[in-house]
Design a binder for this molecule. Structure first.
Ligand code: AMP
Ligand code: MG
Length: 341
């Protein structure tokens, strides 16, 4: 039986009705230039969450508890966006982009940790993941169908170089060793935001939750005794799914060339940039990475997309904590080792 057929059967089984005592609360909102979604499952109608380890205070009413939790998720997403967005002039990241080529800029512990994590992914991927892609990336505007000329790409290409981002752990500073260098956290910040939101829900005593931001989804527990079922979008058919994956306590991130793109002379220009060429990466059309840590799976899905099928599978198969589903240019599905049994 093919993998897809097996997953479809699992899907049919999972469609059985839920227990009548289950209470669920859902909310969708726009943040970070994408749609975010939160689902919280609260078990007993009269139960109080154990929030002793949390900053969040509850009323006894379950509906109010859910609304407080949902609000706190929304606020956390907006807080991270305010801090990490390269589109917001007042963000900490924009300050870094303005000043770090001239001097070492002191930054928050939080931004420092995320930049360190991004550096780590760059190192293990030989620079396929590189937040300095933004040195050219900012010249693309997919809504307005704008892309840089080959001459601008050639001029700015030396500024794509993660090794020129100098992080000083003692001083908590960042310095760019290259003029004209810019960074952008679009390939990792959504996963980080999902991770933070899940952890605040967990601290508040929630046992079953889903938080997503665009293609990044994090899951707390299961969906009342059954796995959550997360769909991987069909890359060329908006309302279809290519496959459904049953997951519990995991995160999944999908990077696709259909998210932000335009087509010119039959060529697709999209938002995932190959750091060695400054052009869109075109070896595959969709990559989903599954693992425990939402921040890592976010960065890794972008990474594997740039690497393509062969090198991408080889990288993920060397990382035992992560699995991947890759859709190639012929729309064939490929699975990493751990998903092949
Ligand atoms: P995702 O949707 O997680 O695959 O991330 C795509 C986003 O990552 C893009 O919109 C850019 O903000 C950013 N990005 C694009 N190319 C790269 C790259 N080679 N390395 C790191 N980030 C990238
Ligand atoms: Mg990603």
């Amino acid at each position: 039986m093919s993998k897809v057929v097996k997953l479809k059967l699992i899907f049919m089984f999972l469609c059985l009705p839920f227990s009548a005592s289950a209470q669920w609360f859902k909310h969708s909102f726009e943040v970070m230039g994408t749609m975010s979604h939160v689902e919280i499952w609260l078990n007993e109608p009269s139960s109080k969450l154990d929030s002793s380890d949390s900053d969040i205070e509850f009323d006894t009413n379950q509906n109010e508890q859910a609304q407080v939790l949902i609000k706190s998720v929304e606020q956390e997403m907006f807080r991270i966006d305010q801090q990490m967005s390269s589109y917001k002039e007042q963000s900490e990241l924009s300050l870094v982009n303005r000043e770090a080529a001239n001097k070492a800029v002191p930054i928050s512990v939080e931004l420092f940790s995320l930049l360190s994590m991004a550096q780590h992914i760059s190192e293990i991927s030989d620079g396929a993941f590189d937040i300095t892609y933004a040195s050219i990336g900012y010249q693309y505007n997919f809504r307005e169908k704008k892309r840089p000329k080959q001459s601008s790409i050639a001029k700015a290409l030396p500024a794509i170089n993660y090794t020129a981002v100098v992080l000083n752990k003692e001083q908590l500073t960042v310095h760019f060793n290259h003029q004209g260098m810019k960074i952008d956290l679009g390939g990792i910040a959504k996963g980080y935001a999902v991770k933070r939101c899940l952890s605040l829900l967990e601290k508040a005593g929630v046992k079953h939750a889903l938080v997503s931001a665009g293609g990044d989804t994090g899951l707390l527990g299961n969906r009342y005794g059954r796995p959550w079922l997360v769909g991987v979008k069909h890359p060329r058919s908006e309302d279809k799914m290519a496959v459904h994956i049953p997951l519990e306590n995991e995160a999944i991130s999908t990077s696709g060339d259909y998210e932000r793109y335009f087509i010119e002379d039959g060529v697709r220009y999209h938002h995932i940039i190959n750091p060695t060429t400054g052009d869109s990466a075109r070896k595959v059309v969709s990559v989903s990475v599954i693992g425990k840590d939402p921040t890592y799976v976010d960065a890794l899905s972008t990474t594997i997309f740039v690497k393509g099928l062969k090198e991408g599978l080889s990288l993920i198969n060397n990382l035992p904590e992560f699995e991947a589903i890759i859709i190639d240019n012929q729309r064939r599905l490929h699975y990493s080792k751990g998903l092949q049994q």
